[in-house]
Design a protein around this ligand. Structure first.
Ligand code: 6PG
Length: 238
């Protein structure tokens, strides 16, 4: 389902409202709320809103568990760290216990980091399927999502929940969750904003070839998929 919002702020507000609503219903139903956070810039305003009223007091924070869909293998204080962005946007202003935070630790060998993150996911979900209550995803101009990058072997992964990827022009590796994990979620929401995403968004949503972009791998098996975009990103297909 595609929803077009007037601008990035309206998109961020709606995403924060969705987070709060999903958190309340998940905690009521199962006593906890598991979220897979997107990296990049688009979700920053959404995250900032979560720590502000009215959302701050609407969200049952002690039962929230935060995971990341991907991370760059950089020092924790590196500006390109997805975890650092989320900490600065909202986590550091909340009193969350360390047990609620599940960052991808990539200060060691990337393959070991990916294996460790899969082990953490398996510990959290136990014998149950890894059914995240909410997954936020971004969309790159090349059609990637999380760090499922075009041409990476991770796109063919059908079993493992994590993988190592790397951009040719970056000095660091990336750890990403894979589509087999994302597609088990209850609700997956792409947050896409800005004119620079209009062409790739239109290509993906209008695509006849379903294998052209990594983002097209995202098809929740027993869940719901939303494309929430702002007017600039929707410019070519409205
Ligand atoms: C990453 C992100 C990535 C991001 C898109 C969009 O670590 O790079 O997880 O998938 O969501 O690249 O990024 P922007 O929101 O900055 O456009």
């Amino acid at each position: 389902m595609i929803q077009v919002f007037a601008d990035r702020d309206a998109l961020s507000q709606a995403a924060a409202e969705l987070f709060a609503r999903q958190a309340q219903s998940a905690v009521t139903a199962q006593g906890r709320f598991s979220v897979l956070l997107a990296g990049g810039e688009t979700p920053r305003r959404t995250y900032e809103l979560l720590a502000l009223e009215p959302f701050r007091s609407q969200i049952p924070w002690p039962e929230v568990h935060l995971f990341w869909g991907d991370e760059r293998c950089v020092p924790a204080d590196d500006p390109s760290s997805n975890a650092l962005m989320a900490h600065r946007a909202f986590i550091d202003s909340l009193l969350l216990s360390p047990e609620q935070l599940h960052p991808i630790r990539c200060d060691r060998m990337p393959d070991r980091a990916a294996a460790n993150y899969e082990a953490e996911l398996r510990r959290f979900f136990g014998a149950q399927p890894p059914r995240f209550d909410l997954v936020f995803l971004g969309l790159g101009e090349d059609g990637h999502t999380a760090s499922l990058l075009p041409g990476s072997e991770a796109l063919q992964e059908e079993i493992r929940w994590t993988a190592v990827t790397r951009r040719a022009n970056e000095h660091f590796s990336r750890i990403t969750v894979t589509s087999p994990l994302i597609n088990q979620a209850a609700l997956v929401v792409f947050l896409v904003a800005g004119r620079s995403k209009a062409d790739v968004l239109q290509s993906i949503l209008a695509a006849t070839d379903q294998q052209q972009y990594p983002a097209q791998l995202i098809k929740p098996l027993r869940g719901t998929l939303y494309w929430w975009v702002d007017r600039e990103a929707a410019a070519v297909f409205r």
